[in-house]
Design a protein around this ligand. Sequence first.
Ligand code: AMP
Ligand code: MG
Length: 359
Amino acid sequence: MKTLIYNTKEMDEAVWLEAAGRILAEGGLVAIPTETVYGLAANAMDETAAAKIYAAKGRPSDNPLIVHIADMAAMDGLVTELPETAVKLAEKFWPGPLTMILPKRPEVPYGTTGGLDTVAVRMPSHPVARKLIASSGICLAAPSANTSGRPSPTRAEHVYEDMNGKIDLILDDGPVGIGIESTIVDLSGEVPMILRPGYITKAMIEEVVGEVRVDPAILSENKDKNFRPKAPGMKYKHYAPKGELLIVSGDSKKVIEKITELASEKTAAGYRVGIIGTDETIGAYHIPENSRGEAAAVMSIGTRREEATISHNLYDILRRMDGAGVDYIYSESFAEGSRGQAVMNRLLKAAGHQRIDVG
Ligand code: AMP
Ligand code: MG
């Protein structure tokens, strides 16, 4: 299959809207920008189309898809009940990076919900996603547009790397803003429960609906196989770069020393290493070349003065590390405050929870 790339910033809007809408109506796949990451979209109500998403991503079939809508009226066709909490959260955070889980209507195929009786719904704020859903009139099942297990795509180039030849069209609107996936909140039980942390924090949700719980399975590494995350996707080792990643936390000066020591050891052993630092620390890493004359890939993920830069660059830097062909990656740790938790959740998964604290 030939994958077309349309640049939404340069092309006439009517042209890309028409082309993407037609592909979706015919059961095809279109990668679209959203404010969180690029999504791989298909008609959510068409089981055959949804199945193509799983095939293109190599995604396990028990990992349900998020359905993207453009207006509240679409909820009527998706969920059997709309609790007060959902209405309030929608008023406050939609369109935006919040996904809500609610009991599904029978019309929503199990092929979209991974066999569950609930459906995950989100109203994205990205103008390209919104316009496409509104003009096509199709609710879009759209997981991240990466190969399963690879870092989520935050640029059209990332989508192309993973999906070229597997999907019909990529709508390229440049890098996305937030850079990590939506917060998922389950509203199908008594008390709202966060199943995946994201840009919208627990505190922000609590302010609107009162008590909120967090699925204990997402907070720490769980070796107990019976301790299953409620969002099936959270059990998979996600976001993994090819190099082995270790996170070093603690006092900044000690972290730099430790990373320098570990990286130098691996370099001396002939490996290629990568270091994830910040604008504040990047100049402090001096790692010798390895025996093949390869320099360490030392990259800044952003600035600690502006937390948003870190989530924005996270997946891109993991992919750039892959591109640099590093064997080992050492990363600084980031604040685990409200929003930082979302970044650390992804980084820890990418590291397979390998982390040391230097105090
Ligand atoms: P992605 O779209 O790739 O960001 O992944 C979607 C995430 O939402 C996965 O972790 C899914 O397991 C989760 N999800 C989607 N639908 C449901 C649902 N009905 N119940 C629980 N988790 C869900
Ligand atoms: Mg994903």
